[in-house]
Design a protein around this ligand. Structure first.
Ligand SMILES: C[S@@+](CC[C@H](N)C(=O)[O-])C[C@H]1O[C@@H](n2cnc3c(N)ncnc32)[C@H](O)[C@@H]1O
Length: 645
């Protein structure tokens, strides 16, 4: 076949902006590639199972098990951020967080991208006995606008860029499964052919379910999704699962040489797995259910992972949602990298992994005969093991390094975002907003109480009755000390959190990520729409020390006033009703938070413990760091110094 004949057979889907020049499409628009450093915000070494939990009861707390090919120095990763930046950063590697380039290193990718109906971001949470819906965050709203504003055309661009990066991350013998439905499946199939090659298309898997899907008049009820399975080359892991195939009328065929079996349904043979999978959705009463609107069943991921990877392989899901892929990879002894831009998704995945011992056991068993009939009830056996160590990372969170040298520019930028009128002639007051003085705290170090004191003094000397202090990070005890200081000095003081780099950059997507290059008018236009500055949550802890034993108790917890909170205010009986999860690092070293104790709400027990205790082995001075995540997904942390004799 000549080159020309080959070209004649070539088919490609085109959308606006795919080519620089739409009429003479010679050059594709290059993918914008932004890499940022990662920041490890939390390490979970081996979550401990409380003695009273787990099938093994009080006998002993089990340790995580490692398959033979599992590199022991590897830590699984849960990354908060836009997957486009995350993937490019993984391709390049990041020395500071110990991540080598992962180009060509991922063995299996599964993705279940959002359709952007808004349902992807809706999160329900329970307060008291009431269910409350969480509003989408700025990041989530922004993702919706940026990918869906031009309808299918912008969505295709969004998916194309990400699929190109996924191919680069995939190992030569790796596979990718892309989960879609009838709305966009056909478009993405053509893009997948372009990126992975038509010849590398292996299957269109139909996931058929009974529940869900619309049954409106005018069309047939929609009861299936599609999953496109591609490989990077023609050499790939495929372990050939087996399933039951019932005979016509469920009666034996008696064909020569064909082994037949009978179960309570009828006669069947064992065949290689077909491409139509009957699996129930995660229903209302399912034990798996986490109230994450788009959660997929673990059984679905189990087939994919067992079939297309081996123990110790690296599995990625860059739209991880509630963490189904992580949970299944974890139980089947695979390594994993998960990413999502929703903070609540990250938190749901974290909790799911911490509670994994109570979930259903899944086994990598190639002799397993999968059921063809979905209704067959499977036995629930508890998994019983803790998760292997994992870390939680942010991508380039307020890349302080960049901003440090440009503190002046940073202050100006934040003042603009906070819609403040800049003031000159003061030492510490940077501006004024609605008659309140505004001070932007230091960004090279946490804002301290001394820094606040000086600003309060300047306010007193200049007749400012109210003050907002804006900060990225806060020093030890600042929140309580500031409350006392405000009472004494009669200045109405508010401590305001500057949104994280992730939030800022999401609000300014499409503009230069180097924030200072953004023209003033644009910053101003985008502000009111997208960026929310919230007051700090208030966390009060009581510490009791007896010998080498420390007891921490949550004495108070208050969230900043928001419309969401106002709606549920009368249902809050106890401050801990607002806490979804809290964790403690008993020996915080000032770098990464090491999660050594945690308490979280589950469906069965929708309340966290109020107290945490710990016994130190050695006398000395320790820093304890406490991290609290509220029911809306916001977090606050606090450091306490203790002296153990
Ligand atoms: C359909 S859900 C995935 C559900 C998941 N399979 C499960 O079982 O829970 C899609 C997810 O993609 C996330 N998402 C959307 N755009 C993203 C982006 N640019 N980067 C990372 N995650 C994104 C959403 O926050 C959402 O959690």
């Amino acid at each position: 076949m000549s080159k020309n004949d080959k070209n004649k057979k070539y088919v490609e889907l085109i959308w606006a902006e795919k080519y620089k020049d739409f009429i003479r499409p010679e050059k594709k628009t290059e993918i914008e590639r932004i890499a940022l450093p990662f920041q490890i915000t939390e390490t979970i070494n081996e979550p401990r199972i409380k003695e009273s939990e787990g099938s093994l009861g009080k006998m002993f707390a089990p340790k995580a098990k490692y398959p033979e090919n599992y590199p022991l120095d590897w830590k699984n990763k849960l990354i908060w951020g836009d997957n486009k930046i995350v993937m490019e950063s993984l391709l390049r590697g990041d020395k500071s967080s110990g991540i080598p380039s992962l180009a060509g290193k991922i063995n299996l990718i599964y993705i279940d991208p959002p359709f952007f109906t808004g349902a992807d971001f809706s999160v329900k949470t329970t307060i008291g006995n009431e269910e409350v819906e969480k509003e989408p965050s700025i990041i989530e709203q922004r993702a919706y606008i940026d990918t869906w504003s031009q309808g299918i055309a912008s969505y295709l661009k969004y998916m194309y860029e990400r699929l190109v990066l996924m191919r680069e991350l995939l190992a030569d013998n790796g596979s990718i499964y892309v989960h879609l439905d009838e709305r966009l499946g056909h478009y993405i199939k053509i893009i997948l052919d372009e990126i992975f090659g038509y010849d590398n298309f292996r299957n269109e898997i139909v996931w058929r379910y009974k529940s869900g899907g619309s049954s409106e008049k005018g069309h047939y009820s929609r009861k299936h999704d599609v999953i496109f399975f591609y490989t990077k080359s023609d050499k790939y892991t495929f372990r050939t699962l087996k399933e039951k195939s019932y005979s016509r009328e469920f009666k034996p065929y008696h064909f020569e040489g064909v082994q037949e079996f009978t179960d309570e349904i009828g006669s069947y043979t064992v065949v290689n797995m077909k491409d139509v999978w009957n699996i129930d959705m995660v229903g209302r009463t399912s034990k798996e259910r986490l109230d994450y609107a788009t959660q997929k069943p673990e059984q679905l991921l189990k087939r994919i992972i067992v079939n297309s990877s081996n123990e110790g392989d690296l599995i990625a899901d860059f739209f991880c949602g509630s963490g189904t892929t992580a949970a299944v990879a974890e139980k089947l002894g695979r390594r994993w990298i998960m990413c999502d831009l929703g903070k609540f998704a990250i938190h749901t995945t974290r909790k799911r992994l911490m509670n994994i011992h109570k979930s259903k056991l899944l086994k990598d068993n190639l002799n397993e005969i999968y059921e063809e009939m979905p209704e067959i009830k499977e036995e629930f056996i508890e998994y019983g093991n803790p998760s292997r160590p994992f870390e939680i990372l942010n991508i380039g969170n307020y890349s302080i390094g960049d901003w440090q040298e440009k503190e002046e520019g940073f202050v100006k930028f934040i003042l603009q975002l906070y819609q403040t009128k800049p003031l000159t002639g003061f030492n510490y007051i940077h501006g004024e907003k609605e008659k309140r003085a505004v001070h932007v705290g230091s960004l090279s170090a946490p804002v301290t109480i001394d820094e606040i004191k000086t600003v309060v003094e300047e306010c007193n000397n200049n007749n400012f009755k109210s003050l907002d202090v804006l900060g990225l990070e806060w020093g030890y005890g600042v929140n309580e000390l500031a409350k006392a200081l405000a009472q004494k000095s009669k200045v109405d003081l508010r401590l305001i959190q500057i949104p994280s780099y992730n939030e800022l950059s999401a609000a300014l997507v499409g503009l230069d990520l180097n924030l200072f290059k953004i023209p003033d008018e644009i910053v101003e236009e985008k502000i009111s729409e997208n960026i929310k500055f919230l007051e700090l949550s208030y966390l009060e802890l009581e510490t009791k020390i007896k010998g080498k034993n420390v007891e921490l108790e949550i004495a108070d917890f208050q969230l900043p006033p928001t419309p969401e909170l106002a709606e549920i205010a009368d249902k809050i009986k106890d401050p801990i009703d607002l806490i979804d999860y809290w964790a403690v690092d008993w020996d915080y070293q000032g770098d990464t938070f090491h999660n050594q104790w945690q308490s979280y709400r589950t469906k069965k027990e929708p309340k966290v413990d109020k107290k945490a205790t710990y016994t130190y082995e050695k006398a000395g001075k320790y820093q304890i760091m406490v991290k609290v995540i509220d029911v809306f997904g916001g977090d606050v942390s606090k450091i306490i110094n203790v002296k153990i004799k």
